[in-house]
Design a protein around this ligand. Structure first.
Ligand SMILES: Cc1cc2nc3c(=O)[nH]c(=O)nc-3n(C[C@H](O)[C@H](O)[C@H](O)COP(=O)(O)O)c2cc1C
Length: 195
């Protein structure tokens, strides 16, 4: 493949910086699945319907704003478009099996709460959505805006209220499932404390 030209530097590169040698990298375009980058698996409830998400991130501190990419062919996308509030539930790795059930079935066809082995719903306090009783950390969110892309929408929510598990949210103990792409998962297993 041709080298991708990079003429966007505001400043010239520092002296001695050369292009990557031929053969060091294999260069691809559009390979969104590559890299084994671990991303926390969480359960988003769009109104009453749970789906698994791994493409999510904080985007602002005050107010606390959080973004999640939702695929347009998901049932939850329709619910969000129609104005549903949502909750984002961070759940320990021991419930991964249920999270994979939520990541496989379509909400319009089944009630995923009935398929879950362990996860149970509760009503959120400030938004019209369900949340997960077993979660360690929960964000209650109102839709702030939606950014449209070809196959996903970026759902941007304002976190109205946050819940965390009293006495359980310990940095040495939390074990969240991490999605590494395709069928690969891991969990955070070692905590470093930098001074
Ligand atoms: C580990 C994992 C991560 C996922 N991440 C996302 C995501 O970030 N955004 C998304 O739209 N779908 C994601 N999915 C796919 C949805 O969870 C899946 O399509 C689900 O069946 C949609 O449910 P719904 O049709 O009820 O909305 C993920 C699935 C898995 C298993």
């Amino acid at each position: 493949m041709d080298r991708i030209a990079n003429n966007h530097h505001a400043l010239p590169p520092p002296d001695g910086v050369s292009p990557a040698p031929q053969g060091l990298f294999k260069s691809l375009q559009g390979a969104y699945f590559l890299g084994y980058v671990p991303r926390a698996v969480a359960l988003l409830c769009a109104g009453e319907n749970p789906l698994t998400v791994a493409w999510h991130m904080p985007v602002n501190k005050k107010p606390f704003i959080y973004a999640v990419a939702i695929a347009k062919d998901n049932y939850s996308h329709k619910l969000i478009q129609e104005g549903s509030d949502f909750t984002l539930n961070f759940i320990s790795v021991e419930y991964l099996e249920d999270m994979l059930i939520a990541g496989k079935h379509r909400g319009g066809e089944v009630n995923k709460w009935q398929l879950f082995k362990k996860l149970k719903p509760l009503k959120a306090l400030t938004v019209e959505a369900l949340m997960v009783e077993q979660a360690m950390l929960i964000y209650e969110c109102k839709k702030e805006r939606i950014l449209d892309f070809p196959d996903h929408s970026l759902l941007i929510g304002r976190v109205e209220l946050l819940h965390y598990r009293k006495g359980k949210l310990k940095v040495q103990k939390v074990r969240y499932p991490l999605h590494m792409g395709k069928r690969y998962f891991s969990e955070n297993s070692r905590v470093y404390i930098y001074k």
